[in-house]
Design a protein around this ligand. Structure first.
Ligand code: NAD
Ligand code: TDX
Length: 338
């Protein structure tokens, strides 16, 4: 029996991870994975997303990772084999408007989970981090990539909070021996992503014939990874990753924002005249690009989904699941409690 606490499981990547683990391990005879999800249901948490998960070996707990009492009571009751921490404030633009909640959830929330690991002897902690902790790369140096030894160099309150959490995880590992790993992934896309992030925002706006707001000149580059490939990497790190180590995750899928937007418009049959260039994001990182050599060499991870296939699957999902994102746009999802 394996009992895993997934924090932030009502969000984009956490929910995809729950579905990935339910698909991957359902027929285990001796090892049964039970997933317990704790989520504060902030604006980014959506219980509609977990409707299918409830049919499996799964428990949802409404709770805030910064609330030590709730987290400790849950850990005492459940005897977890691992904590995988997805819970976070995750949107860069919101961190520019209001940094405080990012510091609280992303840093102090991580500390509470690490303390719980130590207190209840939880044998594994995994921190889901981001390539944004490395800052950005110049557009005119396509030979440069982020490796695990690239210095931390953050640009936004969001990335500063994620980097702070990473440093705390490493400090707990060194000082207390907390059995922790960290993964730093590039931009994800796929089902259940909140329509404030580039890809789902542009799909939903294009379908509604609304203007598509591209920051600056749209030349910023992101390294896109289909969400299931990220989930697979985390599963492999949990199984065979070395504690105290950082693993970069990315699939060499660099695209300029404007090209992503044009691909979406073409796929949904809408005109490029919907594109509107708007004021740039302050401190906007130019280019992200991950070197995944370490996770490939040590754990044998490789991404399976090419961008052209993944973006088509994602667009099809948003076309076939309009109700899911329309309930977000209308605000109805906030009242749903499963
Ligand atoms: P998301 O915003 O879609 O989901 C975050 C979830 O965390 C939501 O369900 C929210 O309700 C929950 N949450 C927020 N504050 C909480 C709190 N205090 N207590 C409990 N739950 C809380 O985010 P996402 O895109 O799924 O990102 C998940 C993780 O992956 C984050 O840590 C993020 O930094 C990291 N990450 C994301 C990407 C990406 O492209 N989306 C890439 C690399 C890393
Ligand atoms: O309306 C928009 N117009 C636009 O041009 C939005 C929302 C974004 N953009 C640009 C900004 C970025 O260059 O698109 C790019 C992607 O933006 P986001 O989807 O906001 O993602 P990003 O800022 O790259 O951060 C994401 O990847 C790393 C996630 O939100 C983070 O949680 C993750 O750590």
């Amino acid at each position: 029996m394996k009992n895993i606490l997934v924090t932030g499981g009502a969000g984009f990547i956490g929910s995809n991870f729950i579905y990935y683990m339910q698909r991957k391990h359902p027929d285990y005879r001796l090892v049964c994975i039970r997933l317990v999800c704790i989520d504060a249901l902030t604006y980014a948490g959506n219980l509609y997303t977990l409707d299918e998960a409830r049919k499996g070996n799964f428990r949802f707990v409404l709770g805030d990772i910064t609330d030590r009492k709730t987290v400790f009571a849950l850990c005492n009751e459940e005897k977890f084999d691992a904590i995988v921490n997805f819970a976070a404030e995750s949107h860069v633009d919101r961190s520019i408007e209001n940094p405080e909640v990012f510091l609280k959830t992303n840093i102090l929330g991580t500390q509470v989970l690490l303390d719980a690991c130590n207190k209840f002897d939880i044998p594994r902690y995994h921190q889901v981090s981001t390539d944004e902790v490395y800052g950005d790369l110049p557009l005119d140096r396509p030979d440069l990539f982020f490796t695990e030894t690239t210095p931390i160099h953050t640009s936004s309150p969001y990335s500063a909070s994620k980097a702070s959490a990473d440093l705390l995880v490493m400090a707990y590992h060194r000082t207390f021996g907390t059995p922790a790993t960290i993964s730093r992934c590039s931009n994800n896309y796929g089902p259940y992503q909140f329509p404030e992030k580039l890809i789902p925002l542009m799909i939903s706006k294009a379908l509604a014939d609304e203007k598509l707001p591209v920051y600056g000149e749209g030349l910023n580059v992101r390294d896109w990874l289909y969400v299931d490939d990220h989930c697979k990497a985390i599963d492999m790190i949990l199984e065979n990753g070395k504690v105290g180590e950082v693993y970069n995750i990315g699939g060499h899928n660099e695209k300029a924002n404007i090209d992503v937007v044009k691909t979406i418009l073409k796929a949904v049959g809408k005109d490029e005249s919907l594109i509107t260039y708007v004021k740039d994001r302050p401190g906007h990182d130019m280019r992200y690009a991950i070197d995944p050599a370490k996770i490939h060499a040590e754990l044998g991870w490789t991404p399976e989904t090419l961008f052209n296939d993944g973006i088509q699957k994602t667009i099809d999902w948003y076309l076939n699941n309009r109700e899911w994102w329309q309930k977000i746009l209308s605000g109805e999802y906030k009242n749903y409690r499963g």
